[in-house]
Design a protein around this ligand. Structure first.
Ligand SMILES: Nc1ncnc2c1ncn2[C@@H]1O[C@H](COP(=O)(O)OP(=O)(O)OP(=O)(O)O)[C@@H](O)[C@H]1O
Length: 257
């Protein structure tokens, strides 16, 4: 379980540009939930993910994973239990390295590197098995550089990289936003498959209301650092994309977009 308790986040404290984004923000996410997060530009979605991952500090509050407060845990240590896929696949991977090298790096996250780190045959078989589960033929392209793949193939590899080692949370940060509609759909289907098969808890920020409604067990809508809609279970099932769009339009008009 992930709990955010009484979070305060102030950007540029003490400066004329000071901005309090989160003021006494609270959120609890149950194990195994697939949470979709939508909201207007600047509502705080990415900041929320960054706070959980430890990319940005907070002024106050607790971040509790499975009962342990991780506020003081540095970013690289948090990444042992958190996988993240970004909109831009070159974040979190190396375009100049091959698929095999990228997977091997991901496999060794949080570990010290010895001479034998890239040479383990059984791990290579495991990488191939993981890649073949995508059904894109990438298991035959182990020695192809990541930068030479299409955007969709790169995101598929990023998904495998972020879930290669046992993690508790998968963070999806607009991970289909740069893809064409058909490829985006493929990546969403693969994402859902990986999340269900590996029984992960997932948080997905997206501007695609259909993906949010279709794939999330729970939908959160954010506005100005607050959660203004939180639906799961039957309540979520009865929420249509039009309902979401209407609420979204209302808050957008209110903030003058
Ligand atoms: N490093 C920063 N310094 C100062 N202000 C920031 C910083 N990062 C974000 N902000 C501000 O915090 C607010 C929330 O930004 P954030 O990027 O979290 O929103 P978002 O919902 O992810 O937006 P988008 O949908 O455009 O990605 C915005 O007003 C933004 O200007």
């Amino acid at each position: 379980m992930l709990e955010l308790k009484n979070i305060t986040k102030i950007y540029n404290p003490g400066l004329v540009t000071e901005m309090c984004l989160f003021d006494d923000f609270n959120l609890t996410i149950e194990d195994g939930q697939f949470v979709s997060i939508v909201g207007s530009n600047g509502s705080g979605k990415t900041s929320l993910l960054n706070i959980i991952c430890g990319n940005i500090p907070i002024e106050q509050g607790e971040i509790i994973i499975n009962g342990k407060n991780i506020v003081k845990m540095p970013e690289h240590k948090r990444h042992n239990s958190i996988g993240r896929v970004y909109q831009n696949s070159s974040m979190g991977s190396c375009p100049n390295l091959t698929i095999l090298e990228n997977l091997s790096l991901a496999d060794h996250k949080g570990k010290t590197f010895g001479l034998s780190w890239a040479l383990n045959k059984s791990r290579i078989d495991y990488y191939k098995e993981q890649l073949s589960s995508l059904g894109l033929g990438l298991e035959d392209k182990l020695h192809v550089k990541l930068g030479a793949l299409s955007g969709g193939q790169r995101q598929a590899v990023s998904l495998i990289m972020s879930t290669l080692t046992p993690i508790d949370f998968l963070i999806l940060d607009e991970h289909t936003a740069a893809l064409d509609p058909k490829t985006a759909e493929t990546i969403m289907i693969l994402t859902d498959k990986i999340v269900r098969e590996k029984k992960l808890t997932a948080m997905m920020v997206t501007h695609n209301l259909r993906y949010a409604a279709e794939y999330g067990d729970r939908i959160l809508m954010m506005d100005k650092g607050n959660i203004i809609l939180d639906r799961s279970g039957k309540e979520k099932e009865s929420t249509s994309i039009d309902d979401l769009l209407n609420i979204f339009t209302k808050i957008s008009i209110e903030c003058g977009n």
